[in-house]
Design a protein around this ligand. Structure first.
Ligand SMILES: *[C@@H]1O[C@H](CO)[C@@H](O)[C@H](O)[C@H]1NC(C)=O
Ligand SMILES: *[C@@H]1O[C@H](CO)[C@@H](O)[C@H](O)[C@H]1NC(C)=O
Ligand SMILES: *[C@@H]1O[C@H](CO)[C@@H](O)[C@H](O)[C@H]1NC(C)=O
Length: 187
């Protein structure tokens, strides 16, 4: 009885199972590490690393995503940000008290229309493997948010703080796409 127990404990099948379990644990650890390292590598080169890490982790798909997956996620995040900023500008315009301010908001609406268009095109370009095209579109989207800010500076009118924040947020998110498309170009 005792002997058969011992023999059972060392049976090839249980040893194989033990090794398989250990291998599985090591493999899943390395997967989790790979995902985390990729996010850290990308974010460390972006415009605002802490906000980049927070933004990418806000999408549960990021943990197991490769570079292309992270590109899709950052297109998604940037588009959401551009669309909500367009809505903010529209609301601010409705509250504008004079003509010059309304004109600035009209320019900003055009800027954000362009940014939304560029980001939308990124999905197509990413699909066709045109990473340089993605890079150009992402930097254009970033620049358009900056152009809206410039409208205020040139007119010497104080930009509403919510719009300053929204513009920064879009530029932070587009810069993630800029880093990723650059890395994809190098692959
Ligand atoms: C972002 O992704 C979610 C989930 O796939 C989708 O429902 C949503 O429409 C996307 N938003 C944009 C702006 O692409
Ligand atoms: C517009 O003005 C209303 C009334 O003062 C205010 O409640 C609202 O928050 C303003 N909208 C924006 C986007 O600032
Ligand atoms: C228009 O409104 C903005 C914001 O209230 C103000 O800074 C600016 O001086 C005004 N311009 C004119 C021409 O009244």
């Amino acid at each position: 009885m005792e002997c058969s127990w011992r023999r059972h404990g060392h049976s090839p099948i249980s040893m194989a199972l033990l090794f398989f379990t250990i291998a599985l644990i090591l493999w899943s650890c390395s997967l989790a590490k790979a995902g985390g390292d990729l996010i850290n590598d990308v974010c460390s080169e972006s415009r605002n690393p802490p906000s980049c890490i927070k933004a990418l982790h806000s999408d549960p798909r990021s943990a197991s995503a490769d570079l292309k997956g992270l590109a899709k996620i950052s297109i998604n995040l940037s588009t959401k940000s551009a669309k909500s900023t367009w809505k903010l500008v529209d609301a601010l315009k409705k509250n504008a008290t004079n003509k010059s301010l309304k004109e600035i908001y009209d320019s900003c609406l055009e800027n954000y229309d362009e940014a939304i268009y560029d980001l939308d095109d990124c999905t197509r370009l990413l699909g066709s493997g045109d990473f340089q095209g993605v890079n150009l579109r992402a930097s254009a989207a970033m620049a358009y948010a900056g152009t809206c800010d410039d409208n205020f500076r040139e007119a010497q009118i104080t930009e509403p703080p919510q719009l300053v924040d929204a513009s920064n947020n879009l530029q932070d998110l587009s810069s993630i796409l800029l880093v990723i498309s650059h890395l994809l170009e190098g692959n």
